[in-house]
Structures are given as C-alpha cells and as structure tokens.
Design a protein around this ligand. Sequence first.
Ligand code: PMP
Length: 283
Amino acid sequence: MSRIAYVNGRYAPFADAAVHIEDRGYQFADGVYEVIAVRDGRLADLEPHLDRLDRSLSELRMETAMSRGALAVVLEEIVWRNRVANGIVYLQMTRGVARRDHAFPDDCRISIVVTARNAPPRPAAIVERGVRVVTVPDIRWKRCDIKSISLLPNILAKQKAKEAGAYEAWMVDEDDRVTEGSSTNAWIVDRAGDLITRHLDNAILAGVTRMAVGDLAMKQQRRLVERPFTLGEAEAASEAFLTSTTSSVTPVVQINDVQVGAGVPGPVTQALRNLYDAHLSGR
Ligand code: PMP
C-alpha cells in the first residue's frame, strides 16, 4: 500500500507529494511541528498537542487559516488513509512560499504537511533493561519552548548519542544542570521517591508526555518537584527516565559511564510506564 501525505489541501501518494523549493521551511526552518501518537487507530492526547501547536504558531506570529476542527479531520483522515493502527502522525506548518528574504513576506499562506506511519513495537530490551544516555552541552537558542522545525543542535546531540552507542543525549547547561534530551524530557527520582523534572520555561519544550506523566504521578500521591537538577544529582538519583511521544516512559540506567541506582529500571519508573500506557490506550 502506498503511503499518502496531506500537502496544502491535497491528499497525494508520497512520490507526488512535494513542497516548493522556496518554502520558508526548506530555506529558513521557519516553521513548527507536532508528533502525535496513534494508539488503536485513535489520536492520543490530541488536544494538548493542538494547544501546543497554537502556542508555537502564535509565538512565531504565524496565522493558519485552518480551524482546529478542520485540522483534526485531516489528521484522522491521514491516519485512516495510511491504515495506521499504532504509530505516529507528523504535522508541520511553515510560513509558506516566498522569494527568499529573512523578514516575513507581506502575503504568505502557511504550508501544511501531514504524514502518518505505523511504528513497530519497540524492542523489549529497552523497557526491560533500560537505556544509556550521554551528555552534551546545551548549545540551543533561548526559545526551546517553541516546537520549531529548526533542530540542528538536537540532531547533532542525537548523532553523538548514536555514535556513542547510547539511546539519547541529555543536554547540560552552563550551570551543569540537565535541561532535556535531544527529543525527550528528562526526569529523576530521588532517594525519597520524589519525581524531579525541570520546570517549564524557555529552556525546554513542554512535552505532552511530560504533562501526562506528571498528572498520573500526582494522582498516585507521588510528589512532583519541577525544578532544575544537576548532572551530579542525576548520577546520584535512585532512578532516572525520559519521556516523549515516541519513547513513552523509558528507563535510564546509565548516564555516560555512571550507573543510575541499581542499574536496572526502578519501580517508580515501571509503575509510571504502565500508567502512561493505560492512559494512551484510554483505559
Ligand atoms: N523535548 C524535545 C526537545 C522534544 O523534541 C520532544 C519531542 N517532541 C520532547 C521534549 C517531548 O515532547 P512530547 O512528550 O510532546 O513528545
């Protein structure tokens, strides 16, 4: 079955789906995106994703002509047309096509691309044994709260992790504090069993998974502390994990060469993972 993409009002086979060479996404990375999980054919946590999209657009002064309802119809249609049961939808909006000039064009129509694909189940070892992360300096700009398609530092960080045989790179700021992963939020569990993850500000993306996991933790009467934590604290934590739409709740058992806790996925992480899984399935 050939994959179908939505491009500016049309559904087209991948081979025919294209945007203009002067699209500002292509030339300037002048755009935003969302990745939404599909579970049993249903879009998970759609509203918070669309809320974050609206915020990213408005922070970049981009106005889309598409209503939330119309966009939701396209997202569902693309899931259906691609027969996605469990996977992801990718949605990208750029400032549109215009002659290359840094300043906003006077008259521009937002370009919209939506794709979807099934995702194979993640290897059981990731959940059962946990993963290793490496650390890299956080060299990003000061608006990491915007889900921009401009991802060069994140790409370089992930490549570093890949070359080091690690699952993810955690980015560390000038004060030795972990901000987040290249495409995930970072968490630790301290010796008292409290959850710690960096507070929301311009230094990190407000992960939809982060929010869902935080809510689930609080429902379990677990204390959630939103504050920066240092690399040293993370190394001394009893558990660590990362969250994202594509990584769900993934245990972190090693940071660089330092083992975290017992070096195996901890009970708090595992409990949260199960709760999050049930949340995604709408159970
Ligand atoms: N931080 C960054 C930098 C990301 O790219 C992502 C994934 N888009 C996340 C955190 C996690 O966000 P979410 O839980 O909404 O997927």
